[in-house]
Design a protein around this ligand. Structure first.
Ligand SMILES: [Zn+2]
Length: 85
């Protein structure tokens, strides 16, 4: 959706890319994907969305996926030939 600039559901071509936020004590804070295993008070993986203006379809993206550590606790790689369980 973000790369092609087209909605996969309706082929609409007006796509918004807003940051995704949640409210903490009435203040917006960026919504993040994961808490770090070695520091649960810290988190990485700011979310942003692709929103189709035509039909409202939404896809979520991690803004900087390379910042998520593949340490085996915070996140781990899924082996290609092993089905996820
Ligand atoms: Zn659409």
């Amino acid at each position: 959706m973000k790369r092609r600039g087209l909605c996969p559901k309706c082929e609409g071509s007006v796509i918004y890319v807003p940051r995704v936020a949640e409210s903490h004590d009435g203040r917006p804070e960026p919504m993040r994907l994961v808490a770090l295993a070695h520091d649960p008070s810290a988190s990485v993986g700011d979310l942003e969305a692709g929103v189709c203006r035509e039909c409202g379809y939404v896809e979520l993206y991690v803004k900087n996926p390379e910042a998520i550590p593949l340490d085996g606790e915070t996140a781990w790689l899924l082996a290609r030939d092993t089905p996820y369980r």
